[in-house]
Design a protein around this ligand. Structure first.
Ligand SMILES: *Cc1c(COP(=O)(O)O)cnc(C)c1O
Length: 386
């Protein structure tokens, strides 16, 4: 048997909701309100309701959401447009570049703190260790935590450290729309939450898009100003801002997809449980850990292959038609971009080990059970006889 299974099948998702999407796009073609149209307002309102947060602002990408959130915090907390270069923001090295890139864009220095091997997310105890041993701890302003692959970071511990040392918390929720920690939606527990609607994300639009959310009204006001050229009024500009709005057309697509996000997250969770029950107990394979208080939405289903054969398994699956991805092949501290621009606390051994071990499998909401079973069988065959 041979099947061709891609990581993602966006066409299959489009076919699933084609009528609604086509109608939504047609309505935009009729009303022609391309910028700040009524779909944008409606999407912001509906996602505020869905997430349980006061303020939501559609923006042009997840990266812009992070930059805008951080700069709004510099304005609110420091009274400055950008952080001073020696201001430090703690983050994970095991994430997409944009997380730490945004810290640089906001003027501050990223400090990489290692992750734990279960959630793949930042460790609060190491954050505290870094703060306690810092000669000038007042330089540490906040943290950007990531809910990687749809799994919540350990929010109780993180919020506790943040509260005790007066740090702000930004949640990079680019991979976890609808994910939860103790029944609270990810992105709504810190000072600000940042979402990406890049097409491959678990809530994706038809191009670039993002959203920044907060419960703080002053912060929300700064965010809105920064995303609109730096002015409350279009022609009386006060700050150096961006043209970083979410298009009406993308909001129209997102309004349709928001109606499916719970169903699709449940489908992802079901696929994950099929994989996990099929692969559990296999030597050299560690399946994702679900924490008791977290609602994992499996933006990615990511195995750890601990016998050193990750790349061979990847090749084996490719020969059998199964696409896989390595998120991420190197921790961010290894990137040239951050060489002279970031600090790293101790070694980040877990992030280093994960970058050699992780393998993400196709986990597309409309994937057929036969496809999932085929992938599971191919992995078993390799691990036992390959
Ligand atoms: C995708 C992603 C981003 C950036 O989002 P864009 O919309 O592509 O700019 C930021 N952080 C994480 C963790 C991501 O996965």
């Amino acid at each position: 048997m041979h099947m061709a299974i891609p990581m993602l099948n966006l066409r299959r998702e489009y076919e699933y909701m084609r009528r609604e999407i086509d109608d939504a796009l047609k309505r935009c073609l009729e009303h022609q309100q391309w910028i700040k149209g009524k779909e944008l307002r409606e999407f912001e309102e509906r996602s505020a309701e869905y997430l349980g947060v006061k303020h939501t602002l559609g923006v042009s990408s997840g990266t812009d959401a992070l930059v805008i959130a951080l700069r709004a915090l510099a304005l609110k907390n420091e009274g400055r447009e950008y952080f001073e270069p020696h201001a430090e923001i703690l983050t994970t090295p095991f994430t997409f570049t944009a997380t730490a890139e945004a810290i640089l864009r906001a003027g501050a220095t990223p400090v990489f703190i290692d992750v734990d091997s279960e959630t793949f997310n930042i460790r609060a105890d190491l954050m505290e260790e870094y703060i306690k041993t810092h000669p000038m701890p007042e330089r540490i302003k906040g943290t950007v935590v990531v809910h990687l692959f749809g799994q919540s970071a350990r929010m109780d511990e993180i919020l506790d450290v943040a509260r005790r040392y007066g740090l702000f918390v930004v949640e990079d929720t680019a991979q976890a729309f609808g994910g939860m920690w103790k029944n609270r939606k990810l992105g709504t527990m810190g000072d600000a939450g940042c979402f990406s609607f890049f097409p491959s994300k678990n809530l994706g639009c038809f191009g670039d898009g993002g959203m920044v959310v907060t419960n703080n009204t002053e912060l929300a006001e700064y965010m809105r100003i920064l995303a609109n050229h730096g002015g409350r009024d279009k022609y009386m500009v006060e700050l150096l801002g961006y043209n970083a709005r979410l298009d009406t057309l993308q909001a129209a697509v997102l309004l349709v997809k928001l109606g499916y996000v719970d169903e699709f997250n449940e489908r992802r969770r079901r696929l994950a449980s099929l994989y996990t029950s099929g692969l559990e107990g296999l030597d050299g394979v560690i399946t994702p850990v679900e924490m008791p208080h977290a609602f994992h939405v499996y933006h990615q289903y990511t195995l750890r292959i601990t016998d050193g054969r990750r790349d061979l398994l990847r090749e084996w699956l490719k020969e059998r038609g199964v696409a896989t991805m390595v998120y991420y092949p190197a921790p961010l501290n290894r990137l040239k971009l951050f060489e002279d621009r970031a600090k790293t606390h101790r070694g980040v051994e877990t992030a280093e080990a994960l970058s050699r071990e992780v393998l993400s499998l196709p986990v597309e909401p409309l994937q057929e059970d036969e496809e999932t079973a085929y992938i599971t069988d191919c992995i078993k065959e390799f691990m036992c006889h390959g």
